[in-house]
Ligand binder design. Sequence first.
Ligand code: ZN
Length: 88
Amino acid sequence: MSCYLCRAEPRARYMGYYCEKCKRIQDTIAIYGDRVYEVVENVLMRTPDKQEHKIKDEIKKEIETKEHNLRSKKKGHIKRGKEVELTE
Ligand SMILES: [Zn+2]
């Protein structure tokens, strides 16, 4: 019996619907939710040259967000440190 999603690979388990690869996709969707569909739409459904540009763009956005979060956390630590010093 073939997988319900890709319809190419055999199902991983007799009672299951998906193959090993598609089960992994299912797990990824469970973790990242709509982000998976966004990446597929925005990155894969493009011509190769546009894909390259989009991949860089998407990665850049994620790196900027992570850097911002790191900066915010560091600021929080410094503030807390100062507050501790003032109260002592
Ligand atoms: Zn499959």
